[in-house]
Design a binder for this molecule. Structure first.
Ligand code: NCD
Length: 300
């Protein structure tokens, strides 16, 4: 099956992925990290946009599941000679891959490719669109820490408008029964947003505070903020975090801009789940690749 957005998953599939990710999370802490669910399968990773965590974790997830992994070298490819994205994808498909994991700057690009090829397509982030596996690893991390998602108060703060993480994580959190508040500068909130936009109100009493990077590469005009101004007005400082609920945690999908949207000391503190998110990223992508390849009929 293709995984292009969170709504591609049924409730059963979502539950299944949360359970499986928890299983692989524990498995990956063992000395023998091999699992053979995808033995003999071929997976191509095609990243047309920069990535550290997502690319590495898909690669490790595929390899730990026993698949053969090929990286599509976007910068050296025939795209530079004018070949279209769909022709490029059809070429990869003709090589009999079982799944194509794809990141692309244009929203909807994975959907276009999925409609054209036979292999399962997994969206690893499409511009300002969706990032379903990040949303999944975020809810799995919260579930791992608190033992539930339902009933938790979650503040998602920062550049909501340009963030595909905000879209996917928000959708999954609401689906699992969390109460989500969005906060950020007016220019970075979704169009038509009419809720409270102040970070102080969002963080007060929250169980989870999720900070997002300003996607300066996607901004039409720079914010024109002075150094330190963003952190003071919209960032997560220790003082603001002190108003969150007892036992509250800090999350961030990375890459993080320390002292811009988040205090570095807080990101490194015992309240931070940022490295658990990274660890869960590998586990969740093992579960996702297994579902996408071994359950081709589901979700279509
Ligand atoms: C995010 C992304 O690329 O969408 N990072 C990630 O996948 N962990 C967030 C970002 O770029 O700010």
């Amino acid at each position: 099956m293709d995984l292009l957005r969170p709504s591609d998953l049924s409730d059963e599939q979502l539950d299944h992925l949360l359970r499986e990710a928890e299983h692989w999370f524990e498995h990956n802490r063992g000395t023998d990290k091999r699992a053979d669910r995808l033995g003999g399968r071929s997976i191509a990773l095609a990243f047309f946009e920069n990535s550290t965590r997502t690319l590495l974790s898909f690669d490790m997830a595929a390899q730990r599941m026993g698949a053969m992994v090929t990286h599509f070298p976007a910068a050296q490819s025939s795209l530079a000679k004018g070949e279209t994205l769909v022709d490029t994808a059809l070429t990869i498909d003709a090589m009999q891959v079982d799944a194509l994991v794809m990141r692309h700057p244009e929203p909807g690009a994975p959907e276009t490719v999925a409609a054209a090829i036979r292999a399962a397509v997994v969206n690893a982030g499409d511009g300002t669109g969706e990032h379903p596996t990040q949303g999944l690893l975020d809810v799995a991390t919260i579930n791992h820490h608190f033992g539930r998602v339902e009933g938790l108060k979650v503040a998602i703060c920062g550049d909501i408008r340009h963030s595909r993480v905000a879209s996917s994580t928000h959708a999954l959190l609401e689906r699992l029964g969390a109460a989500v508040t969005l906060a950020g500068p007016a220019a970075l909130l979704p169009e038509g947003h009419d809720g409270p936009d102040g970070i102080d109100a969002a963080v007060a009493g929250a169980d989870v505070v999720m900070m997002l990077r300003i996607q300066r590469e996607r901004l039409a005009a720079d914010l024109g903020d002075a150094p330190g101004e963003y952190l003071a007005r919209y960032g997560l400082t220790r003082e603001r975090f002190a108003t969150a609920a007892p036992g509250a945690v800090v999350m961030h999908p990375g890459p993080m801009n320390r002292e811009v949207e988040i205090s570095g000391a807080l990101a490194d503190s015992e309240h931070s789940l940022i490295s658990t998110q990274v660890e869960m990223g590998v586990a969740m992508r093992m579960a996702v690749l297994d579902l996408a390849i071994n359950d081709p009929a589901s979700g279509d």
